[in-house]
Write a protein that binds this ligand. Structure first.
Ligand code: NAP
Length: 293
């Protein structure tokens, strides 16, 4: 089975790496914090100390990292990927990062006759683990085709785009919706509670209406249980809101709602919810409305 590189064992990366190992791929893995390598018990992986060492054994590497700074550090840093990439090699980044970064990475790899594919994903820890992510892949057609089998293991549907920016922007558009939807649910919960109606009734009504979504039901149940264990951090949704506003300014798209929503996520940071699930935004809205959590 093919040997591929894998960089980043965070919430998503750990599950994606385990999925690839379970399907027989051999992995060469780099993670900044070495202790996290212990999460992969499977014997079919080899750890390396530096990103560049991956190219010694693999022609394709996947990265799943926090943000643009993290991806740039494994590419441009000391012993980063770009320094020793060979013609034809492929770096697939699946993180949610800025379009200016993905465009620069694409061009810098191209200058070395190599490929950069941006393939961000929709779905979270569960979907990463069972291979049902939705994948938006942008870049050179030839490189995307070579990675198709890998995408089939990680995702249940693939959308291909002829530029990295299209894939990047679609992911950011989706996440701007997530950031707003959880606020809509939280506000409805708080309004109902202050009227003496339970959150369970709100979810039941949603379930029977055209407004329903799997996200409302899953996050709604977690909010009811008071379970804010992170699947997707508050700090990362705020990153994505900032990316939306960056695109909005560049493309001259007014996004007044996402600007207002950003203030609530900044309050979540101020309250210390940075490393909780983004549904912790419910607590911010409830507290502003004078409810006791
Ligand atoms: P995470 O748990 O915070 O993991 C981040 C990873 O990035 C870790 O491996 C971390 O390494 C590494 N990292 C951070 N800064 C670094 C740096 N400067 N240099 C090298 N490595 C660095 O994040 P996640 O939830 O897995 O998300 C990963 C990406 O996928 C993010 O862009 C996120 O927005 C996106 N995403 C997340 C979800 C979700 O539901 N969680 C869904 C779709 C997309 P250390 O172990 O050393 O800290």
């Amino acid at each position: 089975m093919q040997k591929i590189g894998f960089i980043g064992l965070g919430i998503m990366g750990e599950m994606m790496a385990k999925r690839l190992l379970s399907k027989g791929y051999q992995l060469v893995v780099y993670n900044r914090t070495k202790e996290k390598l212990g999460k992969l018990e499977d014997e079919n992986f080899k750890a390396v100390d530096l990103p560049a060492q991956i190219w010694g054994e693999c022609e394709i590497v996947i990265s799943m990292l926090s943000d643009s700074t993290a991806v740039e550090s494994v590419v441009y840093g000391n012993d980063g990927l770009l320094g020793s990439v060979k013609p034809g090699f492929i770096h697939i980044d699946m993180s949610t990062i800025s379009p200016s970064t993905t465009k620069k990475l694409y061009l810098d790899y191209k200058n070395r006759s190599a490929h950069f594919v941006h393939a961000p994903v929709l779905g979270s820890r569960t979907q990463a683990g069972d291979g049902t992510l939705l994948i938006f892949a942008g870049g050179d057609e030839e490189a995307i085709s070579k990675c198709e089998e890998i995408f089939k293991v990680l995702g249940r549907k693939l959308w291909r785009f002829d530029s990295v920016e299209k894939a990047t922007n679609l992911k950011i558009a989706m996440n701007s919706m997530i950031a707003m939807m959880i606020i809509a649910l939280s506000q409805a919960f708080v309004l109902a509670e202050k009227s003496g109606i339970s959150k369970e009734v709100v979810l039941e009504v949603l379930e029977n209406s055209a407004l329903n979504s799997t996200m409302y039901q899953n996050k709604g149940k977690a909010i009811i249980e008071g379970n804010f264990t992170p699947n997707f951090y508050v700090k990362h949704i705020l990153k994505d809101i900032n990316l939306s506003l960056e695109i909005a300014q560049d493309m001259k798209i007014p996004m007044p709602v996402i600007s207002a929503v950003r203030e609530l996520y900044i309050s979540a940071l101020a309250k210390g919810y940075e490393n909780e699930d983004y549904s912790a935004i419910y607590k911010v809205i409830a507290e502003l409305a004078g409810l006791k959590i």
